[in-house]
Design a protein around this ligand. Structure first.
Ligand SMILES: [Zn+2]
Length: 292
């Protein structure tokens, strides 16, 4: 059974680091984007289609070619306007179509993971919202999953408590939809817990929940977002740098990842996302040096 599973695929077998969105320094030039990433020795990029995937196939193919020649592993953040539990049929349909379009563009752009937020509860009971979101994703995957040519859908842990995306909800979706893997946004996780992540054990406890329930589907496809964050009782308020002024401290996470030997892709969602990616990679390198 595992032989044909889409996640049994070791293209992502190494630690990878990259920014969310194009670095500002690239001034929207695709050529400059990949030149900058190569120059600073990063190896991942999460293409930001957050306001819609507004490009033609030609442009998508040119991005895919540039990424391949620079050896950059691509993911994509699908549009924010996805609401799979909306009370409006047309909104739910448009939301499914945004994911289907992302799956169709993924192979052109070399994208392996499509990160997205499933939406809010839209005033529904959480179980009812879960069922609707599950049904939608099963439908999207069964009708359009093959278009992705190996790309997986990666629903993200939500930073706001009123949004769909608790640990349990995301894991249950991934247990029940073949093409879904979790995106762990550590800043969102921290905001949801009102700051309760500080030690290696805190990180390990969370990782063990994902691994215990999803097994290799999780460990072979670890996709993380990192940044600092400010939050209120309602959860996420705004992303912040990783400079220690805001939590969560990712050093214990980096230590745990090294010790266990996990190989996640780290995408930085700090305001200067290139800097955040370099800082994350720097922590690994410093630990490596300290061990020698
Ligand atoms: Zn995120």
């Amino acid at each position: 059974m595992h032989g044909s599973s889409p996640w049994r695929n070791d293209v992502l077998a190494d630690l990878k680091f990259g920014p969310a969105g194009y670095p500002a320094e690239a001034k929207n030039s695709v050529k400059r984007v990949f030149q900058i990433l190569s120059d600073v020795e990063l190896d991942a990029l999460e293409y930001a289609a957050v306001y819609g995937l507004r490009m033609g196939e030609k442009k998508a193919i040119s991005i895919g070619k540039a990424a391949k020649s620079a050896n950059i592993t691509m993911s994509m953040h699908a549009p924010y306007y996805i609401s799979l539990a909306s009370k409006k049929d047309d909104v739910r349909e448009r939301s499914r179509n945004r994911l289907i379009k992302a799956l169709k563009f993924a192979p052109l752009m070399g994208v392996k993971r499509i990160v997205f937020h499933a939406g809010g509860y839209s005033g529904r009971d959480p179980n009812e919202a879960y069922q609707l979101i599950l049904d939608s994703l099963q439908e999207v995957w069964s009708t359009a999953g093959h278009h992705g040519n190996g790309a997986l859908l990666a629903p993200e842990i939500a930073g706001k408590l009123k949004a769909f995306g608790s640990v349990d909800e995301i894991i249950r979706i991934c247990e029940n939809v073949e093409g879904c893997i979790p995106t762990i946004d550590w800043a969102h996780m921290y905001a949801r817990r009102q700051g309760g992540i500080a030690t290696k054990k805190d990180y390990l406890d969370i990782l063990e929940v994902f691994e215990g329930r999803l097994g290799e589907k999780f460990t072979k496809n670890m996709h993380f977002h990192v940044s600092g964050i400010i939050f209120t009782k309602a959860g996420e308020k705004a992303h912040r740098p990783l400079d220690g002024k805001w939590g969560p401290d990712i050093l214990p996470l980096v230590e745990v990842i090294r010790e266990v030997g996990y190989k996640p892709t780290f995408i930085s969602e700090t305001p200067d996302s290139l800097k955040g990616a370099l800082y994350t990679k720097y922590l690994f390198e410093e630990l490596e040096k300290a061990q020698q």
